[in-house]
Design a protein around this ligand. Structure first.
Ligand SMILES: [Zn+2]
Length: 236
């Protein structure tokens, strides 16, 4: 018997357009103008959970790949949350409020017409979006909710920290920090408003693993370049 010992391939930092290109390739090979997640699971180069993790949802990944909707997707109304999440991303990529003409790939998976149909008008969509962002008070809830209390251990010192907040930063809290910081890296001052390829992240100032809480005063905006420079690379 031939025992073959192979390492599982790890695709960690695959660029977005490579994932999109692979989705297009599979659809073309199957001769379809749409692609389901399970079809991609059979024929794709990457795990079929990868596009979802990268782009927020499978349907968004297929929209970015220029594919049509499946029958199931056609019958599913887009949720407010999905449209808000896409708007957050477009806003973050531009570093400011998107204009109607800018709501196209690769900035946005859904165009302004989709927002108009869903919310009544583009302005109405923006108003509801801003209300949605401001309504979220997860950071206050996290502090008052004892059930959320959790602990982390610093691997080097073995020190144990009790937390009042969760490690994960909610989409809405992240967006509020980006707004507060003017969509500008707090370390180097770069912003997508001036340079299109600047990618912004929201990060803990004192890492969560060192006792830092997920609260506005312990969160800041950093560009991907400055974010990579820090020691605790897995800290969100
Ligand atoms: Zn920076």
């Amino acid at each position: 018997m031939n025992m073959k010992f192979e390492l599982e391939k790890i695709y960690r930092n695959v660029p977005d357009d490579e994932i999109i290109a692979d989705i297009k390739r599979v659809a073309a090979e199957l001769g379809q103008d749409f692609l389901t997640m399970s079809q991609y699971g059979k024929h794709g180069k990457f795990d079929n959970s990868t596009p979802k993790r990268r782009f927020g949802s499978w349907s968004k990944a297929t929209v970015l790949a220029g594919l049509g909707k499946t029958k199931i997707q056609q019958n599913t109304r887009l949720s407010d949350e999905e449209l808000f999440k896409n708007l957050e991303e477009a806003w973050t990529k531009l570093g400011r409020q998107p204009r109607i003409s800018e709501m196209v790939p690769p900035i946005s998976a859904y165009n302004a017409g989709t927002y108009k149909r869903h919310f009544g008008s583009w302005m109405k969509a923006l108003e509801i979006f801003v209300a949605y962002i401001n309504a979220d008070k997860t950071e206050d809830e996290a502090v008052s909710n004892v059930e959320n209390e959790t602990t982390s251990v610093d691997e080097l010192s073995g020190q144990v920290f009790k937390h009042k907040t969760r490690r994960g930063i909610s989409d809405r809290l992240r967006f509020r920090i980006l707004m507060r910081d003017g969509f500008t890296c707090q370390k180097c001052g770069r912003s997508p408003r001036k340079e299109r390829d600047v990618e912004l992240h929201v990060d803990h100032i004192t890492p969560w693993s060192k006792g830092g809480e997920t609260l506005p005063e312990n969160l800041e905006t950093k560009c991907s370049r400055c974010n990579l420079g820090k020691g605790n690379a897995f800290n969100e």
